[in-house]
Design a protein around this ligand. Structure first.
Ligand SMILES: [Zn+2]
Length: 329
């Protein structure tokens, strides 16, 4: 009855309120939902989030939800806000904290928590695949591409894999990889790695619960050896080369903060380990090298997978870490 009355009044009544801003404009506001079926201790969660973020200035945290899984974060400092926004996905105790922008005049039910942005890495691609349009296709095969790092700059490969920022539909299973057809060769299996992916279900491949809490009746029986899913899908976040980002999604919010900091672009150094190893590496590093001169020979392409697997394993871990490349999956 109450519902009837209220929906009736929804049709007929409008109350105009003064929605003048009562809050002073701060660094920015985000809203975050923790994806878990578990009960979490709010003070612990809030202090862990604050500690993990290492902010320069204060953030106000408000609990918005009866189940204590949705929080509003009001940042004092806009650099803090931008860094947390760009650093998504964040996790708390292994559970995804799905952060979204809180806009003026918003209410909680306006927020779309169905999607979250992740950085994806595509490994095992032939050299010929390294270009921007393919990066977008790869991201769209897994989610919706919002931006990508140009795979080749000035004729040089930036990384040994293609890196794409994509919105993932959290209700869908993660994509582990796919076959890519090649001319005169067998199709090649391309693997997908998810940066900063934490708890997810090894049975159905979804984020938000673990295998023991899986309710998907069609999922595999949970035999880890047999599963398509495992912790190998996750990889640490590498440093983003902001100077070479290409934005695909109109008004993508993170794009506004891209390139304002960390201008020193050093992608060439990433190729250093290859120098003494393979013909591919040598060619990429030649100072006099120019794109027109480079046409990979068959032997180079055969070396490619070998190079992929060896290139980062021969440097000490601290060097790799400083290059943002550790660990190799
Ligand atoms: Zn599941």
């Amino acid at each position: 009855m109450a519902e009837e009355r209220s929906s009736g009044s929804k049709r007929s009544k409008q109350v105009v309120l003064d929605l003048g801003r009562r809050f002073e404009k701060r660094g920015g506001t985000l809203v975050g939902k923790i994806l878990t079926g578990k009960k979490l201790n709010v003070p612990t969660v809030v202090s862990m989030i604050k500690k993990g973020w290492q902010l320069d200035e204060e953030v106000d945290v408000h609990d918005l939800d009866r189940n204590h899984l949705v929080f509003l974060f009001r940042f004092d400092n806009s650099d803090d806000y931008a860094r947390i926004l760009k650093g998504r996905p964040w996790s708390i105790q292994g559970h995804l904290l799905n952060l979204q922008i809180w806009e003026d005049f918003m209410v909680l039910k306006d927020v779309d928590f169905r999607y979250a942005p992740f950085w994806l890495q595509f490994h095992g691609l032939p050299l010929e695949a390294f270009d921007g349009s393919n990066a977008k296709i790869l991201g769209d095969a897994v989610g919706e591409t919002v931006m990508y790092e140009k795979p080749v700059v000035d004729g040089k490969l930036v990384r040994s894999f293609i890196r794409v920022r994509a919105l993932l539909l959290l209700d869908a299973p993660l994509t582990t990889g796919f076959w890519v057809p090649r001319k005169d060769k067998d199709p090649v299996w391309v693997t997908v790695r998810y940066e900063r992916l934490q708890n997810f279900c090894y049975r159905c491949g979804r984020i938000g619960h673990k295998s023991c809490g899986c309710k998907d009746v069609n999922a595999s029986n949970g035999d880890v050896d047999d599963s398509d899913f495992g912790n190998w899908l996750s990889t640490p976040m590498v440093r983003t080369f902001e100077d070479i980002l290409e934005v695909c999604k109109e008004k993508w919010e993170e794009a506004e903060f891209v390139g304002k900091k960390n201008q020193n672009f050093r992608f060439r150094r990433n190729l250093m380990p290859a120098e003494k190893d393979t013909q591919v590496g040598k060619k990429l590093l030649q100072e006099e090298y120019s794109p027109e001169e480079y046409s990979p020979e068959q032997s180079d392409l055969e070396n490619w997978n070998d190079w992929n697997s060896r290139v980062y394993t021969q440097l000490p871990a601290d060097t790799l870490e400083s290059e943002g490349l550790w660990p190799w999956p």
